[in-house]
Write a protein that binds this ligand. Structure first.
Ligand code: C2R
Length: 207
């Protein structure tokens, strides 16, 4: 599953679950006045059309065994529902919001306006976006006082990783898992370099 996200970079075929018990709870229903959530991370997006990109955050959270919920919310199309969600998020037990949107991407910033929780923004290169630049700048250029931690265009996997890292500051098991993840990345890249040195670049390109 995560292989799909990192296929070329990491080729992860090991299991970090040894560090902690998995407790993922996915796609919890959200009632109008939202009940307590067993999830610590919320993945929200402006449209189901963003799911193609945003599911990569979900894959990362599942890999690390972090409980999440996933919803469609829009600052433009469902403003009241979005504001209620943001205002209730901390009280429901959520700790980090990952928010993706494309085009005039106001969702992450508007969530950040109404919650004390950290918001990680994912600019989505959507069908209505001009090459992703509009999404990126809408999420990145927040006014002082309302930060949104913005990842790369379509960078939902990194948004998931950042959410894990935020949670890991107070969870030793998750911190160890993140450390192991980085070590694996280091080892994989180093092995690739060794192979490249042995083969030379011409042979590498032909293989
Ligand atoms: P549709 O495919 O539903 O027409 O949406 C969505 O995130 C999506 O990328 C096209 C794009 O519109 C975006 N959208 C926003 C917001 N709501 C929807 N940027 C918002 O509130 O910021």
């Amino acid at each position: 599953m995560l292989k799909h996200v990192y296929a070329s970079k990491l080729e992860i075929d090991w299991n970090l679950q040894i560090f902690f018990e998995p407790y993922a709870v996915n796609n919890q229903p959200m009632s109008p006045s939202t009940p307590p959530s067993p999830a610590e991370v919320a993945i929200v997006m402006g449209s189901t059309s963003d799911l193609e990109v945003m599911h990569k955050a979900a894959e990362v959270l599942e890999f690390f065994g972090v409980a999440y919920e996933l919803h469609v919310l829009s600052a433009h199309r469902t403003p009241d529902r979005m504001t209620a969600y943001a205002k209730e998020a901390a009280g429901r037990g959520l700790r980090v919001l990952v928010a993706g949107a494309g085009g005039a991407a106001h969702l992450p910033g508007m969530l950040a306006a109404s919650t004390p929780l950290p918001v990680v923004g994912v600019p989505v290169r959507s069908s209505n976006s001009i090459d992703g630049w509009d999404s990126l700048l809408s999420i990145l250029q927040m006014p002082t006082g309302v930060p949104v931690a913005t990842v790369a265009v379509n960078g939902a996997a990194n948004a998931g990783l950042l959410a894990v890292q935020i949670l890991a500051t107070s969870k030793p098991g998750l911190l160890a898992a993140m450390q192991a993840y980085k070590q694996k990345m280091h080892d994989d890249v180093t092995a690739k370099d060794r192979e490249l040195q042995a083969m030379g670049w011409e042979a590498w390109l032909k293989k």
